[in-house]
Design a binder for this molecule. Sequence first.
Ligand SMILES: Nc1nc2c(ncn2[C@@H]2O[C@H](COP(=O)(O)OP(=O)(O)OP(=O)(O)O)[C@@H](O)[C@H]2O)c(=O)[nH]1
Length: 310
Amino acid sequence: MRNLTSIQPGPHRNRTAKLTELARSFQEWNSASNVIARLTRRLNMTLSLEAQLTILAEEVAASVPFDALHYRHRVAHQDFVFSTGVGGPHKCEYRLSLEGHCYGTLTFHRRQKFSEEELAGLEMLISAVIFPVRNACQYIAIEQAALTDPLTGIGNKRALIEALNCTSALSTRHGAPWSLILCDLDHFKQINDNHGHVVGDHMLVRVAEVLEGAVRDSDQVYRFGGEEFAVILPHTTEEAGKQVAERLRKAVENIRVDGGETPLTVTISCGMARHLSDEQPDQWLARADEALYRAKRSGRNCTRIASGIA
Ligand SMILES: Nc1nc2c(ncn2[C@@H]2O[C@H](COP(=O)(O)OP(=O)(O)OP(=O)(O)O)[C@@H](O)[C@H]2O)c(=O)[nH]1
């Protein structure tokens, strides 16, 4: 912890006056009806990029009417797009740049041309939004990093647990079938021991790619342990889930990684469990894990299905 010795208290005789001034300026700031004060006050209350852009759109519309506002930015490897209204033929575009970094592009559209005064007003409002937008973008990136496995770039255990919580609630509420597959690489230790961790890591990256490529876009793949992966399948019955698990197993069998004289291969064992009504996420995970354990005990490179009894 840093001790800021350079900050000295002001002279005692002035302090009461300073506190009175502070109380007055806070009240002014808090109740100010001028646009910039209100805009910054509202922006300060949220780290949600969507909420900030909504606030900006509302405050701009009061001074500079527009037909459409579009914001786009690539943040944490994903495209973030915000749009309100339908465009007109005239547009003005602003790149939100700060300290050499870009935090997105804002485009306003309108049927009538923007006047010089309106453009100047827009720029004043946009300058108030740059720091909050930078903070919101950084927050998204940090949140995303906390949910991502750095080696493979797919969701990590925390992301899986969050998804299972959400999925269990949805499944129980709507009664739609959801399935969970756990996949564990077979004898992966041998790959590390015989070829080193760099090759082992490369194999894990390939497996993640192949699993992602073998499922639908609406299915989600996670790495939730060293050599363990999980796949959540929405609207998937037990029979369909079993077919997907088999497809994943065969896709992984086809992976070839450079391992010196002969290409390296790997297999996976899979445990599949469909969500049971009212089942808690940890119970669902435990049933899939028990099925995976049986697949390992059955000789590996196979799929086993969890019993329907929690
Ligand atoms: N290269 C690499 N290896 C990892 C990573 N995380 C875990 N491992 C390795 O994964 C191996 C897992 O070994 P075990 O739990 O014995 O499992 P296994 O050899 O796959 O055997 P079975 O699961 O019984 O088929 C260990 O050697 C770990 O060091 C990682 O991020 N990179």
